[in-house]
Write a protein that binds this ligand. Structure first.
Ligand code: SAM
Length: 390
């Protein structure tokens, strides 16, 4: 396998889909010939030499890292939806949100291709509600109809159909938070379009993605292995039921709308980041308005402070946050794996606010932890604040 370029040194992250199977069953099944190692570095040290090594992640439940040479997409476990290819960092938001039965319904505001939607569904079910009894719903919004179809396929493959309601082509910003259908939405996951600058295989002067903003288009810049990863993780393989060889011939959809925008100067980059962060902030403020909402997560696969800590600070200082009692989810109140994850937000990017920085969770590609560049923060509010002001 051609595991070249920046993607070398990264494992294949595999989430065991608890809606279909268990970690134990997969360790005894598709991974029974693998040798278990105890750090992620040991997994990647084998490169693409064909060694079958496996690491059970210490932070995210049901997550495995495999040595990169193993052709996972040819296994029955993958084609049946028992396992899902999903970078470790991409598992942070649903895990941090940790929707429980007392949280009521859940919204995934920007859902396609559905990695986090299906992860949310698995977590809701893992908190003890049997399939037949589960009354909690996951409402998944996706404004791009084509991508919503991929989402639908992924939700079906993951066996999350009964608890997920997909709104095809629906702009989340146009959803009225006071709609009676959403009266019991207590938790929201916001994973909006972003610059994608944390994605492995992207240039360091990033080619950023911004739907609906005209730019100069160029061919995809990802190397072959990154391209293949991206397709697999975006559900394209599931969508088309293709084998690996065929995928490599296809043009690659690396962003929301399948287009890449070439940024030619630092100034243009700043302008685009400004437009993105303004959209991202609007999304959070909209989510703050759902009357029963008590917790939400905001995430990007961007490394830029403008899309991350800076958006969080603006959201915290907004009128709607103050009126409705929204505050940051502090590290000590986070789920164990996120509390223990060592890479936190930047104090400088948080304008010197060390508490906000420590509450934010980051990851950086190329730091040896084997994950993509990512950012996530949680927001919470008390039931009382909501009742008084909601
Ligand atoms: N959460 C997804 C996952 O883990 O598979 C990835 C989401 S991707 C970063 C952002 C998605 O949000 C894109 O599919 C895009 O079309 C969609 N989107 C962007 N703005 C939206 C909006 N206002 N309402 C609904 N969907 C939106």
């Amino acid at each position: 396998l051609d595991f070249l370029g920046e993607a070398a040194g990264y494992p294949r992250w595999v989430r065991v889909n608890a809606l279909r199977t268990t970690l134990e069953a997969q360790l005894e099944g598709v991974f029974k010939d693998f040798t278990r190692v105890y750090t992620v570095k040991d997994v990647t040290a084998s490169g693409s030499s064909g060694g079958k090594l496996l690491y059970v992640d210490e932070h995210i439940p049901n997550l495995l890292a495999l040595s990169p040479g193993f052709e996972i997409t040819k296994t029955e476990a993958y084609t049946s939806g028992a396992i899902i290819l999903q970078d470790k960092a991409s598992c942070f938001p649903a895990y941090l949100l940790d929707p429980r039965s007392e949280d009521g319904d859940v919204i995934d505001s920007c859902a396609a291709p559905g990695n986090k939607t299906t992860h949310l569904a698995a977590i809701v079910r893992s908190h003890g509600t049997e399939k037949e009894e589960c009354v909690q719903k996951v409402y998944a919004f996706e404004k791009d109809r084509r991508r919503a179809r991929t989402l639908e396929k992924m939700v079906g493959l993951a066996d999350a159909k009964d608890m997920t309601r997909i709104s095809f082509g629906q702009d989340f910003l146009k959803v009225d938070p006071d709609t009676p259908l959403f009266a019991h939405v207590g938790a929201l996951l916001l994973d909006p379009s972003c610059s994608g600058s944390g994605i492995v295989g992207r240039d360091s002067m990033p080619t950023i993605h911004l739907p609906h903003v005209p730019g100069t288009f160029k061919k995809p810049t990802l190397d072959n292995s990154s391209r293949k990863r991206k397709r697999e993780e975006s559900g394209a393989a599931a969508e088309e039921g293709e084998g690996e060889g065929k995928n490599q011939q296809q043009p690659v959809l690396v962003d929301d709308d399948g287009q890449e925008v070439l940024v030619s100067s630092e100034e243009e980059l700043r302008m685009r980041l400004e437009a993105l962060s303004s959209f991202q902030l609007t999304l959070i403020l909209h989510a703050f308005r759902f009357p029963a909402a008590r917790k939400l997560t905001y995430s990007t696969c961007s490394v830029h402070a403008e899309e991350n800590e800076q958006v969080v600070l603006k959201a915290l200082r907004s009128g709607v946050a103050r009126e409705r009692g929204w505050r940051i989810l502090r590290r000590e109140h986070q789920v164990r794996g996120m509390r223990e994850w060592p890479v936190r937000g930047s104090v400088e990017a948080s304008n010197g606010d060390a508490e906000v920085a420590d509450s934010c969770i980051r990851s950086y590609k190329g730091d040896g932890r084997g994950v993509m560049g990512f950012f996530v923060a949680g927001f919470v509010r008390d039931a009382q604040a909501g009742d008084e002001n909601g």
